[in-house]
Design a protein around this ligand. Sequence first.
Ligand SMILES: CC(C)(COP(=O)(O)OP(=O)(O)OC[C@H]1O[C@@H](n2cnc3c(N)ncnc32)[C@H](O)[C@@H]1OP(=O)(O)O)[C@@H](O)C(=O)NCCC(=O)NCCS
Length: 208
Amino acid sequence: MTGAADESTASQVLSDAQVVLRPWTREDARFLVEASADPAIREYNGDHDRQGRPVPPPSTAQAQAMIAKFREHLDVFTVSGIPTGVVFLIEDAESGDPIGCCGVDSWTGEDVAQIGYWLVPGGRGRGHATRAVVLLTTWLFVLGAARVVLTVVAGNESSAAVARRAGFVHEGTMRSHAVWQGRRRDVLWFAALPSEWPSRTPGRALLT
Ligand SMILES: CC(C)(COP(=O)(O)OP(=O)(O)OC[C@H]1O[C@@H](n2cnc3c(N)ncnc32)[C@H](O)[C@@H]1OP(=O)(O)O)[C@@H](O)C(=O)NCCC(=O)NCCS
C-alpha cells in the first residue's frame, strides 16, 4: 500500500456537512443490538448459516464484544496502515443520532479493498448511505487502495442504487454466489478505481 496511517487515525473521523463517520464506542452497543434486529440488515449484512438463515441478533454483551473487535482493528490499522476490519458508525451530522454503519471487510495483498454498509430504517431515504460510501471510498483511495469493491445481492435495489449513485461501476454478476433462506441468489459486483474518482465528492455524487 502506498499511503500511511498516522497518529490521528486513532480518533479517525470522516465527515461532510451531513454525515459523520466515527469509531464505535462501548456506549453504542444498544444501537448495534437494535439495528441487528432489522429484517433488511439481517438479510443483507451480518452472519448467516449455510442455508442463508441469519444468526440471532447479538445480546448487549455480544455487541460490546463486536465493538471491541472494531476498535482492535482500528488499533492494528494505526500500526500497520492496513484498514481491514475498520468499521465506522454513521451519525446524522445535524442531530448527532447514530443511523448506520460502514466499514472495510478486507484489504488484499494487491491493495483491493472491499466495503460494506447499512442504515437503520430511520436513517434511510436522505442520501446518507451514499455520502458515507463516498467518504469511506475517498479515504481508502487516500490510503492507497488500487480498487474498492462492494457486492450486492440481486434484488437489493436500494443498495445497488447507493453503489451507482456513489460512482461505482457494475462490472458483472456472480451467478448463484449467495444463499438466502435455502435459495441460491446472484450477486452483483461493483468497483471504483482511483483514476475515475478525483471528481467525486460527497456533494457532487448526489447531484448526478
Ligand atoms: C442499502 C441502504 C443502505 C440504502 O439506504 P438508502 O437510504 O436507500 O440510501 P441513501 O441513504 O443513499 O438514500 C437514497 C434515497 O434517499 C433519497 N434522497 C433524498 N434526498 C437525497 C439527497 N439529498 N441525495 C441523495 N438521495 C436522496 C433518494 O432518492 C433515495 O431514495 P429512493 O431509493 O426512494 O430513490 C439501506 O436500504 C439498508 O441499510 N438496507 C439494509 C441493509 C443493506 O441492504 N445493506 C447493504 C448490503 S450490500
